[in-house]
Design a protein around this ligand. Sequence first.
Ligand SMILES: [Zn+2]
Length: 216
Amino acid sequence: MNIIIFGPPGAGKGTQSDFIVNKFKFFKLSTGDLLRTEIKKKSPLGIKITSIVNSGALVSDNIINSLIEKIVSNEEYKNRIIFDGYPRNLPQAENLNKLLSNYMQKIDLVIRLKVSLNVIKKRISGRVVCSKCGNTYNEYFNPPKKVSLCCQKEFLNKRDDDNVDIAIKRFETYEKSTEPVLDFYKQLNLVKEVNGESNIDDIYSEISSYLNVIEA
Ligand SMILES: [Zn+2]
């Protein structure tokens, strides 16, 4: 089986896909990782990508597709790919379907981690770090325990990069661009919606149950 995981930035998509990779032995395909690997290899394509990225341009769909094809065509990863952050738009989704069918594969499951903007805002704006021990907390979801002598209010700092406005923008962009992609997979009856606001273990066991059904 091949799966896609969708979720807005801050939804915990990375954590969940790492669980799946470890437990179910998947290959995580992220286009960012593929590009970075190619750049590091300094292959002819890698050198080309470096110059595109340095010029500030976007890497073309053609290049992305050829990198994805390398993975899809690899017997080692056959029917064992989890797509993370891809496809991002409808043409990419249609193209991915074609590419997979060329190698006698398909998408079997699309997981949509649903998290509201309100929760994402709290996850980001509530994040505090103890300046003494470096522990991180969240004022809303995971406040420091009162008994702790170390992590008291006067030592808790908000991090500089906790920019809620940027998070809101990324969330809105995400929702807007992935909606048509999700509709595409809904028509194929592949989408399972998972409440990304419950705790990490519950989210994972729900996802696992879907995977187990397909594996059986
Ligand atoms: Zn502390």
